[in-house]
Design a protein around this ligand. Structure first.
Ligand code: SER
Length: 342
């Protein structure tokens, strides 16, 4: 438990007061105060920064990305996460106590550039973990359904099961889960993470992922009442609406560390759906919506290697994960928000 206590140590307290102060902070779950987010211009990062700023205060959340600029007001740093020293300097400059490391290539893009994916996904991760170790920071990074492979049980995929992914992205995710475990066991870094399903939101589009169709389908439904998907009918994957994904990060980061048995790789899921399920849900609002298929063999093969539906029991039991949005509730909200946006 050293990580979160020592960085909040008020020097004037006696040792006993210190312990009590730290214990009280942890009991209150009040351990996450100044946060550096990498990959902040990405699909998760852009919304996570907004949510964290609402919760912890604008100046307490430092957004960073390799792409310059920022979506909204607040501290922003341009960082290439493969530059470990730059990452360290920024974390130190802002005196952060938490790093949420999101910078990574998604599955289809990683398949197109495997070596780049290794360098960015693994190089960035170990740099961020080193910073967390050296500066005593709490740490979050997402794993994915992509960590599983064709030999994994597809339905109600268990928390602990066969993990032999056949994509570079999946190799990175499995290695990343293990690396986070290692930094916890070896150095006591308070590492935590979830295996995200495909994430759906109306704010920032994803890029280079296999599950991206499940976002595009909504944009095109509103724009053209028609969508051509690159994923074949009958291909099920786990999905989740962004508010549930963001809520999960905060809940996990504030969870009692003593309860976290599977700390770096919790299965979480809300929806298991194939393209035709999205079409059916959309037709409840746009009856003339048409779905066509033009299957991309690369992304189809990736999708077929992933689970149909994850079992999130461990996350529910260990830190109270629950999803608010099912397919119908998410669809109603997505379409309503996109109609206003477009
Ligand atoms: N949404 C991601 C992708 O499709 C999976 O983690 O690559």
């Amino acid at each position: 438990m050293s990580a979160n206590i020592s960085r909040q140590t008020p020097y004037l307290f006696s040792y006993r007061h210190l312990i009590e102060f730290a214990a009280a902070e942890i009991v209150r779950g009040n351990v996450m105060k100044k946060i550096l987010v990498t990959g902040a211009q990405g699909q998760i990062g852009s919304e996570l920064v907004t949510t964290l700023r609402q919760q912890y205060g604008t100046t307490n959340v430092i957004a960073s990305d390799i792409r310059a600029g920022q979506a909204e007001e607040g501290p922003f740093e341009t960082i290439d996460v493969t530059d470990g020293k730059a990452l360290y300097d920024i974390a130190k400059k802002h005196n952060v106590d938490t790093i949420m490391h999101l910078a990574a290539l998604l599955s289809a893009e990683a398949e197109a550039n495997p070596k780049l994916a290794w360098d960015l996904n693994m190089g960035g991760l170990i740099n961020a973990l080193e910073v967390a170790k050296d500066l005593n920071l709490q740490f979050f990074t997402p794993s994915s359904i992509g960590a599983f492979g064709p030999t994994t049980p597809k339905k109600r995929t268990p928390q602990e099961t066969i993990m032999r992914p056949t994509t570079m992205y999946g190799v990175n995710k499995v290695a990343g889960e293990l690396l986070c475990d290692y930094y916890y066991y070896r150095y006591g870094v308070d590492t935590r993470g979830v295996r995200y399903p495909g994430l759906i939101s109306y704010v920032t589009p994803p890029g280079g992922g296999t599950t991206d169709y499940a976002v595009e389908i909504y944009y095109e439904a509103v724009r053209k009442q028609q969508y051509t998907t690159y994923i074949a009918s009958g291909t099920y994957m786990d999905m989740m609406y962004m508010p549930d994904a963001l809520h999960a990060i905060i809940k996990l980061m504030e969870a009692d560390p003593d309860k976290l048995v599977h700390r770096n790789a919790y299965n979480i899921s809300a929806i298991s759906a194939a393209p035709e399920d999205f079409a059916k849900a959309i037709r409840k609002h746009i009856p003339d919506f048409e779905l066509a298929y033009d299957v991309d063999p690369v992304r189809q093969q990736i999708a077929e290697s992933w689970p149909d539906s994850l079992d999130s029991t461990a996350a529910a039991q260990e830190w109270g994960f629950e999803a608010e949005y099912d397919l119908d509730k998410m669809t109603a909200d997505m379409l309503e928000k996109l109609r206003v946006k477009q």
